[in-house]
Each structure stands twice: as C-alpha cells, then as structure tokens.
Ligand binder design. Sequence first.
Ligand code: GLU
Ligand code: ZN
Length: 295
Amino acid sequence: MAFVTRFAPSPTGPLHLGHAYSAMLAYDMAVAEGGTFLLRIEDIDQSRCRPEWEAQIYDDLQWLGLSWPQPVLRQSQRQAVYAAALDDLWARHCLFLCTCNRRDILQALSAPQEGVAAAVGPDGPVYPGTCRDQQTRFAHQPRPDGVLRLHMDQITAAHAAQQGSSGTFSFQEHGSGPLGETGAIRFDGQDLCDHIGDIAVCRRDMATSYHLSVVLDDAEQGVTDVVRGQDLFEATKIHVLLQRLMGLPTPIYHHHRLIRDDQGKRLAKRDDARALSKYRAEGATPADIRRMVGL
Ligand code: GLU
Ligand code: ZN
C-alpha cells in the first residue's frame, strides 16, 4: 500500500521548532518511501483559529522546503461529515448528552469516593459519569446545550461480547510512546474505562471534537502512517476505539520525541520565542532549523 502521511496543525498560533520537526520528519519519511505528504488544517475551534496563522503555516512550511498536493483539506469544511458520523453513533446508542460544566465535573470528582484518586486521561480528569445514567432519549443531535460523550463501558462491553474474549484493541507503533512503548500496542476495555472514560466526541460550539475529526479525516485522506508527537500517544487509544466503532482502518503510528526548551519543558504554541518566524527573521536557514531539531 502506498505510504500516505500528513502534518495537521491548528492555526491557533505560530509554528515553533516542535512543529517544524514533526512536519519535516513526516515529509522525509514520505520522500524516502516514495509516498505522499499531505497538509491538513485542523480549524474546528473557530474561536481560536485565525486566517493569518493559517497563512503563516503555508509560508513557514514552504520556506522549510516542504510541498504538498492541493487543495488542502480544512476541517471547517467537513462539518456535514462529522455531523453524519455523530448521528450514526447516536442512533447506535454509543453517545449520551452531558450538560456538566468544568466546575460540575471537578466538584463530582472531589467528592469523597472510597478514597480513590481520579485518573487523568488524554483530555483531562476522567469524567465522573454524572449524566450517564440520567438519560432521556433525544431523537436528534447535536444539541447546543451540552457535549456528547462516548458510553465507554457499554461500547467496550459490546466489543468484548463481539470478540468473544477480553475485548482487546491494538495498533502498530513504529516510533515510540513516552515510556518507550513500541511494536504491537495492546489495551483492553478496562484500560479505556479506567484511564480514558466517557470522553467528549462533540464539544460545545464545535459540533465535533479533535478525536472524531482526526479519525474521520485520516480515513478520508487514505493516511497509512500518522507521524506526530509522543504527547498524543495516549490519545491514539481513543482513535483506535473510534476507528473500530466506525469501521475505519487503523493507520500505523510513528510517535516521535518532543522538542524541548532549555529547561526541558515541551514547546507550546504560546512560546513565541521559539516561533519559526522568529528564527527566520534572525537569519536562520532551513538547514539551521534541521540541525536545531536533530534532523
Ligand atoms: N491538530 C493537532 C495538533 O496540532 C494534530 C494532531 C495529530 O497529528 O493528530 O496537535
Ligand atoms: Zn455531565
């Protein structure tokens, strides 16, 4: 199968060295494999995305020497696809409506509960389940008054019943997770319930979520290999679950090390000091950037 990978930034700030590393690594792999490198603009959070950041992304990546096929897929144009997937999941009783706000969730979590500390998953504290059992059935979604969450225990129980075993999931890791995890990565329904829980797949004001969109779009674009930072390793379990649920293929994952600042802290969008454009303005060349990130 031809190698297809992608770089999928959100235009919510300047690209920094960590993005440059991720994009160049994916691009180099595509070139080495005689495959395709795609660019996808992940702009579902319209309150944080800006056209000027998107323009800067194109400019920075071209300056680095990368190229990609046109037109570029932009998630803001795919709302109908996300809505249809949510409708389908809703119709199959995989989702429930949650009207908790952040404070409700933190309060429920701080209530004494047999002395067990709440687990923290890829999206923050594991949802305490407040709305899960108080469901009235609604005919349609999405509704603007809450978020839609996955019924994790029911979904994983159904998966186990169907598999006739403990209900394991797996994906191939060709890079490594933060603890050096590599090769065939396996996890089961219990892991998902304990460490990830009823995650939101449709957020307020977005009518989708990062997890839902990324999975649908990787499938739509025929992505065979996902190259991205180790910070997303745990989220991959959510993506694999969604792929099973929606009958989509699971790509090979290559999670890579994170580029850190001098204090060892991982770079974030707000670290403007590390913005690529700043190095450019100071006269750095693309070869300098490659050297700085160890490529
Ligand atoms: N838009 C996501 C980010 O910038 C992409 C993550 C991914 O590659 O799946 O973190
Ligand atoms: Zn709730």
